[in-house]
Design a protein around this ligand. Structure first.
Ligand code: WT7
Length: 635
């Protein structure tokens, strides 16, 4: 018998030890007992981090939607699978049962097939948080099409880059989206993006806002009539364990976004197993993760992990501030939420509004609180623990990444004693290592270093779409035979991990992973900009915010600085999206550079963080004098 559900600390240690000593037996037992396979695997694991190549459950055949939907029908057909809470609180919530989900996914899958989508084709999904988003994701998986969900806050340019990178031939979108009081013209953004995407032959449009949009003849189709005409039966395509399930883009420190490729069987097993344990989900619980399905958190812990366990998963269309900052607490009360999973940035923003809005609502249904996306600071942790969990609901601070597919370091609630700001212990199957700058593993406790993982786990990304070399260079080259996470971490005296933040040029803003290079590229597109450098600095709510140092060309020097700043942020909004806007822009005559011409971001970061007491050695700079100028005018 596998220990699918861990219930006390000794059991955790026992399970963990087994997962390290006999990883193959460990995962095989879990896979065998808790999932539906069309054919079992020939080999549990083969791997070589030097290539890198990782295969789990090779030879197995399955369809993930049979695991997420069909197999629950006999016992949970009338149970709510997806509970949709609309943006507008006076619009009724929608309960989609497993049986209804089955029919709607099948109809959608049949529409995809009628529109020429086949196994292995890429389909881009650009939708707000409405049921069609989860349904279209599952419909793709049903027929073996590879979904590439693009968060519907990304700009037209960001969307077209992603569509072209993975050669999608279909886009699924809606006429518009609601966000608080705003209505966003999603279809207009898609139309603009598609001007530079020749490969897209079909656009399916869900109706949400009834906005007046243009439909391009032959290319664009309203979804409703197609769905209505489609059969509710659709045989699931039988997939290989290692067939790609989806592509999801994440930004890197350099270059264009990376299309992380996740495959089928390992991803399913790991997200399901982590979901069950990290949230201690019980049959009648109502689980709510506030993320958007456009991010990995939504893929793994709104759609696949919860549904694979036959859970009720909430999808919320709106924002935490509408109609007021009590909306999250109102929803918890209204739907009697048992597990609530959100981001530190949201907690900080809501804490700022005071406890008055919290106290209006009954939060006694809560059993487990989760945090994800960035380190949770001590103050936010206590506010969450005291006011939302009333010191009764353990907080699971879950550390993981788009690339890892599932939660890696986390407490198990009621099992692992929590400690503020610590993600605590590795999940079974996860073997973390802290490395020093010379590539040596740092053993023992009370040490810090670069966080690596030394053994494969089932849900790790297998490659970057179309660029395996970049996958190797980014994750498997810094440290020999290790997956390098890009994060720093420390390990305390009992072996708990605390994530200290990125050690590369990625900045986590409001829990969103932003590479500096693409933002600098956008800034440099401004005709008056000669060069720029972007760093992060601490921000009360967002965790980090962006600080841009900008050198102007002669033509820019006489111009109104505020206008220039607005124009620069406008370009960023167009190229990437509003999340990447700069909070502070400082115009400067130069940037500190090494003799080889590399910008010394370390110095710029310290100035932005107002830590100028110890700038380190600046004597090797090409232009040390510029440092004083930048300090004198820092914002
Ligand atoms: C980066 C990955 C995984 C879903 C959301 C983000 C940071 C994530 C934590 C945490 C400290 C965290 C890391 C990581 N991060 N969770 N609990 N504590 N840092 O996914 O966009 O791929 O970002 O987010 O820096 O590397 P992502």
């Amino acid at each position: 018998m596998s220990n699918y559900h861990i219930k006390h600390l000794e059991e955790y240690y026992q399970v963990y030890r087994k997962s390290i000593r006999e990883p193959e037996n460990f995962w095989e037992e879990i896979a065998e007992e808790h999932f539906m396979w069309r054919k079992k695997w020939d080999k549990v694991l083969s791997w070589d981090f030097s290539k890198p190549e990782v295969k789990w459950f090779e030879g197995a055949k399955l369809n993930i939607t049979e695991n997420c939907i069909d197999r629950h029908l006999a016992t949970r057909g009338d149970k709510t699978a997806i509970l949709f809470e609309p943006n507008n609180p006076s619009e009724e919530a929608e309960h989609i049962t497993y049986y209804q989900l089955y029919k709607r996914v099948n109809q959608f899958a049949n529409v995809l097939k009628e529109q020429g989508i086949k196994k292995g084709d890429r389909v881009c999904i650009y939708l707000p948080m409405i049921p069609e988003l989860a349904i279209s994701v599952l419909a793709c998986a049903r027929i073996g099409a590879i979904h590439s969900v693009v968060f519907a806050g990304f700009s037209a340019i960001a969307l077209s880059t992603r569509i072209n990178d993975s050669d999608c031939n279909m886009v699924i979108t809606s006429d518009g989206s609601y966000r608080g009081t705003k209505t966003i013209d999603l279809k207009g953004i898609v139309d603009e993006a598609l001007e530079s995407c020749d490969g897209v032959h079909t656009v399916l449009v869900a109706k949400r806002t009834n906005s007046d949009i243009t439909m391009k003849d032959g290319r664009d189709h309203w979804l409703t009539p197609l769905l209505d005409a489609a059969s509710v039966d659709c045989k699931a395509e039988i997939m290989d364990a290692e067939d790609p399930l989806f592509i999801l883009y994440t930004s890197g420190s350099t270059g264009k976004p990376k299309g992380m490729v996740h495959t089928t069987a390992g991803y399913m097993v790991y997200t399901a197993y982590t979901f069950k344990n990290v949230f201690q989900y019980k049959e009648d619980d109502i689980y709510w993760c506030t993320a958007d399905i456009g991010w990995i958190t939504g893929h793994s812990y709104i759609v696949y992990g919860p549904l694979a366990n036959g859970s009720t998963t909430v999808m919320f269309e709106g924002v935490p501030s509408y109609p007021d900052f009590g909306r999250f607490w109102e929803i918890i009360d209204k739907h009697k939420i048992n597990q609530f999973y959100t981001a530190p940035t949201a907690i900080r923003a809501l804490a700022k509004e005071g406890v008055g809005l919290v106290e209006k609502h009954d939060l006694s249904s809560l059993k487990v609180l989760g945090s994800v996306g960035e380190p949770i600071n001590e103050e936010a942790w206590h506010w969450y623990n005291d006011n939302i969990g009333k010191k009764k609901s353990p907080i699971v601070d879950t550390w993981w990444q788009t690339e890892t597919g599932g939660i890696m370091i986390t407490p198990i609630p009621f099992v692992t004693p929590t400690k503020p700001t610590y993600a605590t212990l590795p999940f079974p199957g996860i073997q973390p290592a802290l490395m020093d700058e010379n590539g040596q593993e740092i053993t023992g406790n009370q040490v810090d270093g670069r966080l690596c993982i030394k053994f494969p786990w089932p849900s790790m990304a297998r490659t970057i779409w179309g660029n395996h070399q970049r996958y190797k260079d980014t994750y498997f080259s810094a440290f020999k035979n290790q997956y390098f996470t890009g994060d720093g971490a420390l390990r305390d005296e009992v072996g708990y991990y605390r994530i200290t933040g990125r050690v590369d040029d990625v900045i986590i803003v409001s829990g969103h992973n932003l590479g500096t290079a693409p933002i600098e590229d956008a800034v440099n597109e401004h005709p008056a900009v000669a060069e720029s450098a972007i760093v992060g600095f601490p921000h009360d709510i967002k965790g980090n915010a962006l600080y841009g140092y900008v050198i102007l060309k002669e033509t820019g020097k006489g111009r109104d600085q505020n206008n220039l700043k607005m124009e620069i942020n406008q370009i960023i909004t167009e190229q990437i999206g509003p999340i990447a806007k700069l909070d502070k822009i400082q115009f400067t005559s130069g940037l500190p550079k090494t003799r080889s011409g590399k910008i010394m971001r370390r110095i710029l970061r310290k100035i932005a963080c107002k830590e100028t007491d110890n700038l380190g050695d600046t004597s090797t700079l090409l232009n040390p004098e510029v440092v004083q100028e930048i300090m004198d005018h820092s914002l």
